[in-house]
Design a protein around this ligand. Structure first.
Ligand SMILES: Nc1ccn([C@@H]2O[C@H](COP(=O)(O)O)[C@@H](O)[C@H]2O)c(=O)n1
Ligand SMILES: C[C@@]1(CO)OP(=O)(O)OP(=O)(O)OC[C@H]1O
Length: 159
């Protein structure tokens, strides 16, 4: 059986916070605002997995009104999401995600992010593709007000 899910998330830039993207810290002058560590890429991927499972979204599983998730490590939240997929008998077919950011330059960090996500999803790194694009200075990402991310996953289950 094949299940497909998609996810999309946005977080605004904020001063005085580390920039956490794809489960790693990226050296940059700004971080992202959020109730958790605001890892917009892992949030989009987690939502894609939950979508494929028909399990709603991360806001349903980890409400931003719950103090338990204040400052949460989004990698740990994604581990919980992935445990749900594994418990239902799924493995990852493949994941494709895009970070939409005018800055910082993502390309140097993508190999490490791929490895980190492969580890979190118990998958082969060749099944994980992470891309980045600017919006050519257009819109909120182009004005460097924040970062958006989108993801598509394919989950597989033996019949
Ligand atoms: N934050 C970003 C954005 C883009 N890249 C890389 O640059 C290439 C060109 O971006 P365009 O938006 O001009 O198409 C893109 O394909 C990425 O490889 C990046 O590393 N970090
Ligand atoms: C991750 C959670 C929970 O801490 O908070 P945020 O970091 O604000 O992220 P968002 O993508 O807005 O929603 C999911 C939340 O419930």
């Amino acid at each position: 059986m094949i299940k497909v899910g998609q996810g999309f998330d946005v977080h605004a830039f904020a001063e005085g916070r580390p920039l956490i993207l794809g489960g790693i810290a990226i050296p940059y002058s700004l971080g992202l605002a959020g109730h958790s560590d605001a890892d917009v890429l892992l949030h989009a991927i987690s939502d894609a997995v939950l979508g494929a499972l028909g399990e709603g979204d991360i806001g349903k599983h980890f409400p931003d009104t719950d103090p338990a998730f204040e400052g949460a490590d989004s990698a740990e939240l994604m581990r919980v999401v992935w445990e749900l997929a594994v418990a239902k008998g799924y493995t990852l077919g493949n994941l494709d995600a895009t970070v939409i950011a005018q800055r910082p330059k993502m390309a140097p960090h993508i190999p490490v992010i791929r490895e980190r996500i492969a580890e979190l999803l118990q998958a082969d790194v060749t099944d994980i593709n992470i891309k980045a694009t600017t919006t050519e200075q257009l819109g909120f990402t182009g004005r460097e007000e924040g970062i958006a991310a989108m993801a598509v996953v394919c989950l597989l289950k033996k019949q």
